[in-house]
Design a protein around this ligand. Structure first.
Ligand SMILES: O=[N+]([O-])c1ccc(O[C@@H]2O[C@@H](CO)[C@H](O)[C@H](S[C@@H]3O[C@H](CO)[C@@H](O)[C@H](O)[C@H]3O)[C@@H]2O)cc1
Length: 614
């Protein structure tokens, strides 16, 4: 059927399902399988996008058009690929996806918000919704309409390298944040919206992706991509609740986990993907695999690949993230359909879901990035929001030794103060993984932001206080000068990491952190220790020696949020969203467990009122 602008599916006045069915009926098998293929941007030349009818392109962690690429370069890159997609016979726009783990973290000069482990401590859904909206604007500033966020993992063991991507060990906190970040990213679903239907409000919002379905945070000893041994009841009670919330909020896509449930790979789990997510929860967006998720179904990886393709597509994965081996995937899936192993009805279900998301989000009407949004990237209002999130995420674990007055809030007016530690003046360390590169970086040149030391200096600059910074002062220095310092701030913690590179069985504070704590705090200077980490660490050996202890998590680019609270311009309001263990031998140990003997329990956090600046 024609309308004045061409085929019915191109007419935005047509009902959604009529557009979907009209387009589907026109598509060849090659065009359908192309829609199910997501390739890495490195391979997405115009010829490949056009020749394989590619439906989606992604940036893997750290995959950028050029180092320190500005928003305009991102928009041009995405639009060039889109022009190729729009030039195909049916002109189906491609969907560009990227991670937004803590803001638009891959992108130079984007606002980097606190990682989820800190946001969970705010217990502030409205704040998290605003972060979603700001993130959507920064992602759109680069011409991208789709993010692989939020991670809605319920991390049950801090030995997991991705625990910082999880809001909490408590599914209710994760649900609360999920129900906020998704409408922040996608926009609020309409009151009369169809349950489970994907929703994106407009061109200042992005399609979201709740991940990694399901049980990614429950693996044995927190081993990344490993097995989650749990009864169906426990899976439903601990790991599934955030997906109820995500579907209710109209999440557009769900990403399947690399992990297994009771020995069955999630990427091959028909019961949980089809029977439960699609049929029981009525999820009507599309299910996407993780990076090379079909390859990783077997050990060794990619062994008997065509069987993995069969199992994954029949489990009901709809779009496959095949960064590099897209020709093999396309050939294998084509063969499986041609020989009847995979029915065309399964392919049509996948393509309907993909088209439903693309039509709903207006991608056919607005396929290209909007250069006028470039100013949204890293804009001051977003940085102020991030600074507020840092303030609200800090958790005060100790303040004052027995019989002594509390150290915090620190007086701005002091003769001389010492700032020490590897994380005091290191923007990369305070951002953590998934920042500019997949694994994150050290140093202060990776992007724009303010370090914790910057914040301390600015806080005291008008009060005649001298700030002495020494990353790793030796005992002699401290002994010679201890009488000259009113107090010290010691900032230590973990270096950046992502995924399996962060798996850690001992969870000790990495050196030189403990040494600096011992030298400074044990050297007779009153000290506040600020811990920059993606999770609770083994701090019991040091708690007695310090005057104050603050969990800052991974605060991101706005380090002044830490000094705002250290000096009392704002109070401490954060509450632990994770149990703080005494010893790793206790793990896993979560709130509600019969055996529960934490150093600091779930929900703990000392309060501290603000004080007039002195
Ligand atoms: O050199 N090595 O050793 C190495 C190892 C593993 C790699 O594998 C790859 O590295 C990353 C960067 O290339 C990719 O982002 C993914 S991660 C995956 O990708 C999705 C899209 O980014 C995210 O939404 C998911 O949440 C996440 O689980 C993969 O792990 C790459 C290199």
């Amino acid at each position: 059927q024609q309308y004045d602008g061409g085929a019915r599916y191109k007419d935005p006045r047509q009902p959604l399902n009529r557009r979907i069915e009209d387009l589907l009926a026109r598509m060849t098998l090659a065009e359908k399988i192309g829609q199910m293929s997501q390739i890495e941007r490195e391979n997405a030349t115009a010829d490949v996008v056009r020749g394989y009818f590619v439906g989606s392109v992604l940036s893997g962690g750290g995959s950028v058009p050029a180092p320190q690429a500005p928003a305009e370069a991102w928009v041009e890159m995405v639009n060039e690929m889109q022009r190729a997609a729009m030039s195909t016979r049916l002109g189906i726009p491609m969907l560009y996806g990227i991670d937004a783990v803590h803001g638009h973290g891959n992108v130079y000069k984007a606002t980097v918000f606190p990682h989820n482990v800190g946001l969970g401590c705010t217990r502030d859904p409205e704040l998290v919704k605003k972060i979603g909206a700001a993130t959507a604007l920064e992602v759109r500033a680069t011409g991208i309409p789709y993010v692989f966020a939020p991670c809605v993992a319920v991390c049950r063991d801090p030995r997991w390298g991705r625990c910082y991507e999880s809001y909490s060990e408590d599914p209710r906190v994760v649900q609360q944040m999920t129900s906020s970040i998704i409408p922040g990213l996608q926009g609020e679903i309409p009151a009369n919206g169809r349950r489970g239907a994907p929703f994106v409000a407009g061109q200042r919002n992005v399609a979201a992706c709740s991940k990694h379905y399901v049980g990614d945070g429950g693996t044995t000893r927190g081993i990344n991509e490993n097995n989650t041994a749990a009864s169906f009841h426990e899976l439903l009670g601990v790991h599934m609740p955030p997906y109820y919330s995500a579907v209710i909020q109209g999440v557009s896509t769900v990403m399947v986990s690399f992990s297994s449930w009771n020995g069955v790979k999630m990427h091959a789990n028909h019961f949980l993907v089809t029977d439960f997510l699609k049929n029981r929860l009525r999820f009507r967006g599309f299910v996407i695999s993780d990076w090379r998720g079909l390859d990783k179904m077997t050990s060794p990886e990619h062994d008997d690949y065509i069987t993995s393709v069969k199992l994954g597509i029949l489990a009901a994965i709809d779009m496959v993230m095949i960064p590099y081996t897209y020709t093999e995937f396309i050939d294998d899936l084509t063969a499986l359909v041609r020989n009847g192993t995979i029915p065309m009805s399964r392919i049509d279900d996948a393509v309907r879901r993909i088209l439903r998301v693309k039509f709903t989000m207006g991608l056919f009407e607005d396929p290209y990035g909007d250069p006028s949004l470039a100013g949204e990237l890293g804009k001051p209002e977003h940085r102020e929001l991030a600074r507020e999130a840092v303030r609200r995420s800090l958790v005060l674990l100790k303040n004052g030794k027995p019989g002594q007055k509390p150290l915090l809030p620190l007086p701005k007016k002091a003769g001389r103060i010492l700032v020490a530690g590897s994380h005091a003046d290191n923007l990369g360390y305070q951002c953590g993984g998934w920042t500019i590169t997949w694994q994150g970086l050290g140093g202060n040149n990776l992007t724009a932001g303010t370090t914790i030391l910057n914040g301390i200096k600015r806080a005291v600059q008008d009060h005649g206080t001298e700030v002495v910074y020494s990353e790793s002062p030796d005992a002699g220095f401290v002994q010679r000068n201890k009488g000259r310092f009113d107090y010290a701030v010691v900032v230590v913690g973990e270096p950046p990491y992502a995924e399996s590179f962060g798996d850690n069985l001992n969870l000790t504070i990495p050196e030189p952190g403990p040494s600096v704590i011992r030298v400074v705090c044990g050297g007779g200077i009153r000290c506040a220790v600020v811990l920059v980490s993606g999770r609770p660490l083994a701090v019991e050996p040091y708690v007695g020696a310090v005057d104050a202890l603050v969990a800052a998590w991974l605060p991101g680019t706005e380090g002044e949020g830490v000094s705002d609270v250290l000096f009392g311009d704002y109070g401490f309001t954060g509450k632990l969203a994770r149990t703080w263990f005494r010893s790793v031998e206790q793990l896993p140990m979560n709130v509600g467990d019969a055996r529960y003997d934490p150093l600091f329990p779930f929900g703990f956090g000392l309060g501290l009122e603000t004080q007039p600046s002195t």
